[in-house]
Design a protein around this ligand. Structure first.
Ligand code: FAD
Length: 654
């Protein structure tokens, strides 16, 4: 048996401090105090009345709100955090903290801020030194109201960015590029480029053609109000408050300076193209290196959103009573079908956040080729694995909130859809795992699990290491032998599923490793937090093993009897942690003053039932009435010129 069955965790005298102790570890407060302060600053900002929620807004009013929020966030970042151009280019980790927490407020707020800062502005700033015109745009994006978009994907190419067709043809006589969308399949799909309240500029990817030669795909700066740019709103995506659109270009002219490349690429006025990198694929990869920090932010936002949903599920069940034989009703949270999946979800969320911390700690504040490689690799694996894992976590928690979880005001479905958006955008997560698996098989940048001295790694974690090495070895042999007889494409197609699985197995090992090492570190310091993390680590890692029972069960060292024992021990650990769910979740430091979800209140059902005293106004939903009575007075404005009804929200008493 691998987990001690008598591993009981009792509430002890220092229990009130457990949540705070766990929060210190989970939020990386000792290692990265400045980043932890930035997270706290962001939460304090989002608690302010300007960030009020309102379920009754129509799409246009929601877009308006999203961009108004971006204005406020930008102003406050400038005034209070003073994050300048140098920091954005060299070490954007504080920005990742700000953008990564925005999902507690709203998924669209995250998307817009992430795209503006980490994708568009970073790219523009990197090229700003080379051109006063580009610098002027960068200044407007940083300090003014210009919003940056990132326009890479096309309708028919999706994740396969190297195949995009949009063309930027250089004209030496005018020293301009002329951009065109040549086919229906090359419509730009689906940037937030439709809603025009203020100026929008795009970092837009197109094939650079000069002297009749296609030099590959590069980013260009394209003001979206340029003649010839057309954008059409795709339509409402349920709960996504973003103006995603389909965008195309007809003879759009931009100056030569708007080619956003570094000093290693040169295009002369006469149209001579010079670049030290011969591979078109690597030229593109260099241009989109900055996706790494956006992926880090996507991972943090997925983690935060899922932690929020776990918090809502645990909190929302406080007063819920369910049928049980021989009793008029028991607390839902005392039923094992209820608490066991929640303990699982909590363990997953600890593991993911601690992996995120390991990457942030491993990322040097100084830019270098080595750092870019580290970030490109780790952020891809993290984003892919986090979005996969949190998808399951949110589903489990939604089910535990019953019908309450279906309402917009409770923010759970919004986070589920937001999770899907992050899964697909910024590199489809399965495709990222496929690339990881393929790199592993080819030995690119692969660091096999280090040999550990006896006792330095738990038995379960060493099982995960053995699985990774064995699956990699057998896939290498199989693909190598097959390639001698059949074309590479055929062998590849046949093995994509197994390559993705290898990518996932690798990610699982890394995540389990981070959780285990945090547990060991905390245990070495003494105190209760170490013991709790140790149990969470056992629950998480044994869950991974049992889920792949078909593989582990066939090993001589993991007989069916051993696996059955593991399942029993896992259950005992989860039961031991169940009474501590509130404290475990408290460490996420999710603040319901930001989400304003009824089931996030200290007495969720009592709060809602109070509505009956005041009566529910005619035509109002219960959740909407709850919002109005609890937090906000709403003042309806006359219809705007676009025909949508704008609603301005003012805090109660204002
Ligand atoms: C909410 C949202 C916002 C977006 N915002 C932007 C934006 O601002 N700017 C922008 O440029 N784009 C944006 N996009 C588009 C995004 O970049 C694309 O959706 C993404 O690149 C995936 O492309 P796709 O949707 O065509 O899916 P595909 O890449 O076609 O994926 C569909 C399926 O095919 C599989 N697949 C794909 N490639 C392979 C392969 N090589 N081998 C095996 N299987 C494969 C995938 O696993 C998946 O299951 C946004 C998307 C979303 C959902």
């Amino acid at each position: 048996m691998l987990i001690k069955r008598d591993a009981k965790v009792q509430a002890s005298a220092d229990a009130p401090y457990l949540g705070a102790d766990l929060a210190r570890i989970l939020l990386n407060k000792d290692r990265q105090p400045e980043l932890a302060c930035t997270e706290a600053w962001t939460k304090a900002l989002l608690r302010e009345p300007s960030f009020g929620q309102d379920e009754s807004l129509g799409p246009q009013a929601r877009f308006e709100r999203t961009y108004r929020w971006l204005d406020i966030i930008r102003e406050r970042i400038n005034e209070e955090l003073a994050i300048g151009p140098d920091e954005i280019v060299r070490d954007p980790r504080r920005l990742v903290c700000v953008t990564g927490l925005l999902s507690i407020l709203d998924g669209a707020a995250w998307a817009v801020a992430n795209i503006h800062y980490l994708l568009a502005l970073r790219t523009v700033l990197e090229a700003a030194d080379r051109s006063p015109a580009v610098k002027a745009v960068a200044d407007e994006m940083l300090k003014g109201r210009t919003v940056g978009c990132f326009v890479l994907g096309e309708l028919s190419t999706g994740t396969n960015a190297i195949a995009i067709e949009t063309e930027a043809r250089y004209e030496p006589q005018t020293r301009e590029f002329v951009l065109n969308t040549p086919t229906a399949g090359s419509l730009k799909w689906m940037p937030n480029s439709w809603f025009q309240r203020e100026r929008k500029v795009a970092v837009l990817f197109a094939r650079l053609v000069t002297k009749g030669e296609d030099e590959g795909v590069f980013p260009f700066l394209v003001p979206l109000d340029s003649p010839g740019v057309e954008a059409r709103w795709i339509g409402v995506e349920p709960t996504v408050n973003l103006d995603n659109s389909c965008t195309w270009l007809r003879d759009v002219r931009i100056p030569k300076d708007y080619l956003l490349v570094d000093s290693e690429i040169e295009l002369t006025d006469e149209g001579e193209f010079r670049c030290t990198e011969p591979s078109r694929r690597r030229r593109l990869l260099r241009s989109i290196d900055r996706l790494s920090f956006a992926r880090l932010s996507g991972s943090l936002t997925c983690i935060t959103a899922a932690q929020a949903v776990v918090f809502l599920a645990v909190n929302g069940a406080r007063e819920k009573r369910v049928f049980s034989p021989g009793s008029p009703g028991v607390s839902a949270r005392d039923c094992s079908n209820f608490y066991l999946p929640l303990v699982d979800a909590v363990a997953t969320m600890y593991a993911l956040r601690l992996r995120y911390n390991s990457i942030v700690n491993g990322c040097s504040p100084k830019p270098s080729e080595e750092r870019e490689q580290f970030m490109a690799r780790e952020a891809s694996i993290l984003k892919a694995f986090v979005s996969l894992s949190t998808f399951e976590v949110i589903g489990i928690c939604r089910q535990r909130t019953g019908s309450h979880g279906m309402f917009g005001a409770n923010r759970i479905l919004e986070n589920l859809i937001g999770n899907h958006a992050i899964f697909t955008a910024e590199g489809e997560s399965d495709v990222l795992l496929l690339k990881v698996g393929s790199d592993l098989v080819r030995g690119i940048d692969y660091k096999p699990p280090a040999r550990a001295r006896p006792g330095a790694r738990s038995r379960l974690l060493s099982w995960l290491c053995r699985r990774e090495l064995a699956v990699r070895r057998s896939l290498r042999v199989r693909m190598f032998l097959a390639q001698r007889r059949r074309p590479l494409t055929e062998v590849w197609k046949e093995n994509t599923d197994e390559l993705m699985r290898l990518g996932r197995i690798h990610a699982e090992r890394l995540v389990a490793e981070s959780l285990e090492s945090a547990a060991r570190e905390a245990q070495a310091k003494g105190g209760e937090a170490g013991g709790i993390l140790h149990l969470l680590s056992q629950i998480y890692t044994s869950g991974l093993v049992l889920r792949d029972g078909a593989w582990f069960g066939g090993r001589p060292w993991a007989s069916r009897r051993v696996l059955r024992g593991l399942a029993r021990a896992r259950l005992a650990s989860a039961q031991a942690l169940a009474p501590r769910l509130d404290e475990l979740v408290e460490a996420f430091e999710i603040d319901n003053a930001i989400m304003r979800a009824p089931i996030g209140e200290s007495k969720p059902l009592s709060e809602l039932s109070k509505l009956l005293d005041g009566g529910i106004p005619k035509g109002h939903s219960v959740m909407q009435s709850y919002h109005e009575s609890r937090h906000w007075g709403m003042r309806r404005c006359p219809a705007t010129e676009t025909g949508s009804e704008a609603v301005s929200v003012t805090p109660e008493g204002d």
